[in-house]
Design a protein around this ligand. Structure first.
Ligand code: FES
Ligand SMILES: [Fe+2]
Length: 348
């Protein structure tokens, strides 16, 4: 059934902050809902269902006027909560004439929207502070990918694929030979792979000039429904501890667009070379190249999953453990949410 593949009562990144402007409302599909995202003239972000309740033209065809958005067809105006703010000619709005408004928060350089029916709880937004902090230099990116978002959660929680998919960027020694340590705590997953005395990765060679053997680390934190923070770093081989600086992080948000497509919002904040545009450019190019490689493989994977006549289940190997734990957590949360909603309907 439509809508059963994602957790409703949660926050989803719907845009990078810089994408949303007063001058031009942004139309997007989020979890199968057509929405318009915009800023009022004082800069406040808002998200409404994009379907005008009058004749169903897109509100995104219109423009922002002060604190309201005016539909581009007949100019009916709507407040940021979706209520009608006025009909041209001073006509009285019909009863319940409104579009849906969504709770919205701008935080960590992103616009977050709450899709569920429960009261929105901003404390559930994951802590991605590095994307908007003076001690970090973020490099953001976006891709539209034609697969279910769980395939990308699997992908990002299992970086053994970097050796095969990202040969010219993120590859390097140690990844496939080092077991992934995984710890599940409540709804969160922590995993890591610490690698000693391994060949360097192209990104460390180009960004940090590390051409010899390195100690290298990858640390993962998963927050439901589909947020993954990765801390990645390297030092010359033989360091006392493979952890510390310099590091970069990869903040990953895989917002469902539909059941089989997603908006990949990412940022790669780093804790060094904060004001160096050459390093920004290098990260932009290498990460863009790598994530496009992910897009190619997961879109092919989704197509073959969909067309598999046997519909055989996916197989779980030890390096799939973190991704599989994420699937289990998410399934439990969605089951709980759907059972709660069904009980509420039954009681009505
Ligand atoms: S369709 Fe939007 S004002 Fe008529
Ligand atoms: Fe990848």
């Amino acid at each position: 059934m439509a809508g059963n593949y994602f957790l409703r009562n949660h926050w989803y990144v719907v845009a990078h902050s810089f994408e949303v402007k007063t001058e031009k409302p942004l139309a997007r599909t989020i979890c199968d809902e057509q929405v318009v995202i915009f800023r009022t003239e004082d800069g406040t972000p808002a998200m409404l269902n994009n379907r005008c309740p009058h004749r169903k033209a897109p509100l995104s065809s219109g423009e922002v006027c002060g604190n309201v958005i005016a539909c581009g067809y007949h100019g009916i105006r709507f407040n940021t909560d979706g209520s009608c703010a006025g009909i041209p000619g001073g006509l009285e709005p019909p009863k319940n004439f409104a579009t849906r408004g969504y709770p919205v928060v701008e935080r960590h350089g992103w616009i977050w929207a709450w899709l569920g029916e429960k009261t929105a709880d901003p404390s559930m937004i994951p802590d991605f502070y590095e994307n908007d902090h003076p001690e970090w230099a973020p490099v953001p990116g976006y891709l539209n990918i034609a697969c279910n978002y769980q395939l990308m959660v699997d992908n990002i929680l299992d970086l053994t694929h970097v050796v095969f998919v990202h040969k010219t960027t993120l590859s390097g020694g140690g990844v496939t030979d080092t077991p992934l340590e995984v710890k599940v705590e409540g709804d969160k997953i922590f995993s890591q792979r610490l690698m000693y005395n391994v060949t360097t990765a192209p990104i460390f060679a180009r960004a940090l000039g590390m051409n010899g053997m390195i100690d290298r680390w990858q640390i993962f934190e998963y927050d439901p429904p589909m947020y993954v923070k990765i801390t990645v770093g390297a030092k010359e081989a033989g360091s006392d501890s493979p952890m510390g600086h310099p590091v970069h992080r990869v903040l990953n948000c895989f917002t469902p667009e539909t059941e089989n497509s997603l908006h990949y919002f990412w940022s790669t904040p780093r804790s060094w070379a904060l004001d160096d545009p050459k390093v920004d450019q290098l990260y932009d190019e290498m990460i863009w190249e790598a994530f496009n490689e992910d897009k190619v493989i997961v879109e092919q994977q989704q197509a073959l999953i969909d067309s598999d006549p046997a519909q055989a289940p996916l197989v779980v190997l030890p390096f799939d453990r973190a991704g599989n734990s994420a699937r289990r957590i998410l399934k439990r949360l969605m089951d709980e949410e759907q059972a709660e909603a069904a009980a509420k309907v039954a009681a009505e």
